[in-house]
Design a protein around this ligand. Sequence first.
Ligand code: CTP
Length: 386
Amino acid sequence: MAGRILIIVDGPAALTYGTPMVTALRQRKYTVQVAPTAYPGPSATAFVSELAWTTLSGHPCKTIETLDAEAFRQQDLILLAPVSHQVLDIFLRGKALEYLQAAGKPVLAAVPRLSSDPQEDPTEFLAKMPPRSILLQGDTLLDLGAMGTLKAPSLEALLLTVDSILSKNDLAGKRVLITAGPTAEDIDPVRFLTNRSSGKMGIALATAAALRGAEVQLVHGPIQTTVPALTNLHAVPVRSAEEMHHAVLECWTNLDIAILAAAVADFRPDHYAPQKIKKVDGQALILNLRRTPDILAELGTFETRPFLVGFAAESDDVEVNALLKLRKKHCDLICANDIRKPGCGFAVDTNQITLYSPEEAPLHLPLKPKRELADDILNEIVRRMK
Ligand code: CTP
């Protein structure tokens, strides 16, 4: 991998997180320069000396206080990891912000937090960062020995994000719409109809597209999975199929790519009961269901439309059903998976997908983490759009 990274490290996590991270980045052949904090107290240099950072990184280390505009301009990525809120604050208000904005290079920030801390609100930070900047949050426990424990993104997730930012910017200037997750169709104030989708595949696609430079709108149903905080990823949360339909049409301007990965409920209760439905002894409850709008099928009928990608999660006759959906919904590509196969489908982190298109033979992609699969799918979309 090629690329120059300026790494700003802070606090005791610099020792347990920062040092293996610098080593791993160098093993991936990145050129790294470290700028540790050096204030009196638990700064990075209190745990790892300047000489040690120079040795580890292979480049003379400059403390954060001595960085100048040139130090930012020379880089491809500014990595704030691990840093505390105080350091984030320096990048929100100080001279460093000026340098950073002038250089215009993406920023990846990982701010480990105490297990008891709430997730930080990244809005203010991201609003000031250059495009493709990301605040990576995570739940991997970081053992600081006598200093306690912190929660941080896993090193694996961080490295994958660095690789994504530095390997491709091929979706720069493109507008991408993605739908993800299930929808929930309310029956009464306590009950609703939904499905087992976690939204992970759609979120992986949205993250990958944004890291590759696209301006992404992610319309998602009720999900537990966190949507990464990225400058150019805009999440639009909805609940029902009707709401998703409406939100998609709102985003429907000047799009280059639309990927509909949501598991939209096909039916909703005919009537919503504003009061909780009470059971009556000896009587069955009969729900009348009516069809929801088929969002993908509707988009397929539009005269001017972007490159249109649908999903098909099938339990039998995968190829037949996928090809049927491809034709019926006028898609450019269908990503089909067999939900009976181990490691595929809902609520798992991996998937195995076959791509069907009107022009080409089916392309079988291997079983892999959804995040990596997302890049494979985007590679195919970019290739086929040319
Ligand atoms: N889809 C949609 N709106 C719906 C139903 C489905 O936009 N109301 C989209 C999904 O996001 C997916 C594709 O259509 O991209 C196929 O969805 P799927 O649920 O697999 O198929 P259905 O068309 O609903 O058919 P069936 O449930 O009968 O398999």
